[in-house]
Design a protein around this ligand. Structure first.
Ligand SMILES: *[C@@H]1O[C@H](CO)[C@@H](O)[C@H](O)[C@H]1NC(C)=O
Ligand SMILES: *[C@@H]1O[C@H](CO)[C@@H](O)[C@H](O)[C@H]1NC(C)=O
Length: 396
């Protein structure tokens, strides 16, 4: 008896280990510069395959789109509110028989949609010809126009069973994780990886020469947010003196906020330390340009072309496996050019009492690889790819 039980345990362990595939799916990420929105495209059957552009949103629990975009709804299956699918969507409701879902709209008011299932197809290599298909992709149809170029919002939330990455990793039995490498301009595409091993082919990095990544825990993922826990902030290696409780609420990662929002006291401490250091480096303070309050004339030298390496380094201290680790930001991610000679600190005052004291926006992690591993509830952050003379554009 005991032997048989052992055998069964052994066999089932073996099966569960070998079933997890190491496949990695790679979707393209484009930036729309006027609004600094990041989007990808996925095709839906309606009844022909129709490509839909989706805003990437880490804070949305169920993918939705304006289904009036589609040719016809005939190939979609409307989910009833008695179904187990409807019941497993947190916060779902009913309209006679159909399953409804009230969504946050990162670009406006909340919207109600009808939950449906239909076939979705996406490329596995940045828009190449290799396609995979999810025959029963669950999403929601809301009659809500979104500003171009997007017509829907792709759910990347950590909560529930229906975020896009969760539906993909469940359907294909791959590790529950995904990574983003946001492009910094329209002149190339970035990458959205789903599943896979810890290996990203961005030359000079590959499986045998892996991109170095720093790990930090994600806290309270059931909240539907990706929150890390900064312990300190440094400018040119010197920690800001902040009341420790200021950082208590953590830092939310956002793909829809363009510039990191900081609670007012944190913003002021960062801005004054940065200004002190920048003026020592020869820049002079000039009036702000909304939404930025802290701007500088670089002087006649024009040193800071392209990657702005010549500005004070900002670091966020985070809990790591053995003490503090640092997320380091160089000029390309800390300042923004607003005119030929003026650059501004690319952080924004988020007010006295925001929900989270820090919301890390996209300007700060363009040209980084950031990975969300939901099997370990950890986030992995690479160095700036620019500091390795590469970028998110550079892929094989
Ligand atoms: C990995 O990258 C290194 C350095 O760029 C290169 O020398 C090596 O040939 C690459 N290996 C593979 C398997 O592509
Ligand atoms: C997403 O789902 C989580 C878990 O059910 C919930 O707490 C959160 O409020 C939802 N988020 C939004 C924006 O609806």
């Amino acid at each position: 008896m005991g032997g048989l039980t052992h055998l069964i345990v052994f066999v089932s362990m073996f099966v569960s280990i070998t079933l997890i595939s190491e496949a990695q799916y790679r979707l393209p990420i484009m930036i729309y510069e006027p609004s600094k929105q990041y989007y990808t495209s996925i095709s839906l059957r309606s009844p022909n395959m129709y490509s839909v552009t989706f805003l990437l949103d880490l804070g949305t629990n169920l993918t939705w789109l304006d289904c009036r975009e589609l040719e016809s709804l005939s190939s979609l299956r409307f989910i009833t509110c008695q179904s187990s699918t409807c019941k497993s969507i947190p916060g779902s409701g009913c309209d006679r028989k159909s399953c409804l879902y009230l969504q946050p709209n990162p670009l406006g008011k909340r919207v109600t949609g009808r939950v449906v299932q239909g076939a979705a197809t996406f490329s596995t290599k940045d828009g190449g010809r290799q396609l995979v298909s999810l025959p029963r992709f669950t999403f929601s149809c809301a009659n809500q126009l979104l500003p171009l170029p997007v017509s829907g919002v792709l759910s990347l939330s950590p909560a529930g069973e229906f975020s896009f990455w969760r539906q993909v990793t469940t359907a294909f039995n791959v590790a529950p994780k995904f990574a983003l490498c946001l492009p910094s301009s329209i002149f190339g595409i970035g990458h959205f990886y789903v599943g896979g091993v810890n290996s990203y082919n961005i030359p000079p990095f590959n499986a045998s020469n892996p991109l170095p990544m720093t790990l930090t825990p994600l806290k309270n993922i059931d909240s539907g947010k990706y929150i890390i826990s900064p312990t300190s902030i440094y400018v040119a290696g010197i920690p800001l003196s902040l009341k420790p409780s200021l950082l208590d609420g953590g830092a939310k990662i956002s793909t829809v906020v363009p510039y990191t929002l900081l609670q007012t006291d944190i913003y002021n401490a960062l801005a004054s330390a940065f200004t002190r250091k920048a003026t020592k480096m020869g820049m002079s303070k000039v009036p702000g340009t909304a939404p930025f309050k802290t701007c500088f004339d670089e002087g006649g030298s024009g040193r800071n072309i392209e990657e702005f390496m010549n500005v004070p380094v900002i670091e966020i201290g985070l809990p790591g496996r053995a003490g503090e680790v640092k997320w380091r930001f160089h000029g390309a991610n800390t300042v923004v050019r607003v005119s030929e000679t003026v650059i501004c600190l690319a952080f924004v005052d988020g007010g006295k009492k925001p929900i989270e004291p820090m919301v890390i926006g996209t300007h700060q992690f363009q040209d980084y690889m950031i990975e969300f591993d939901l099997s370990t509830s950890r986030m992995a952050i690479s160095d700036s790819l620019l500091s390795h003379k590469t970028s998110c554009f550079n892929t094989i």
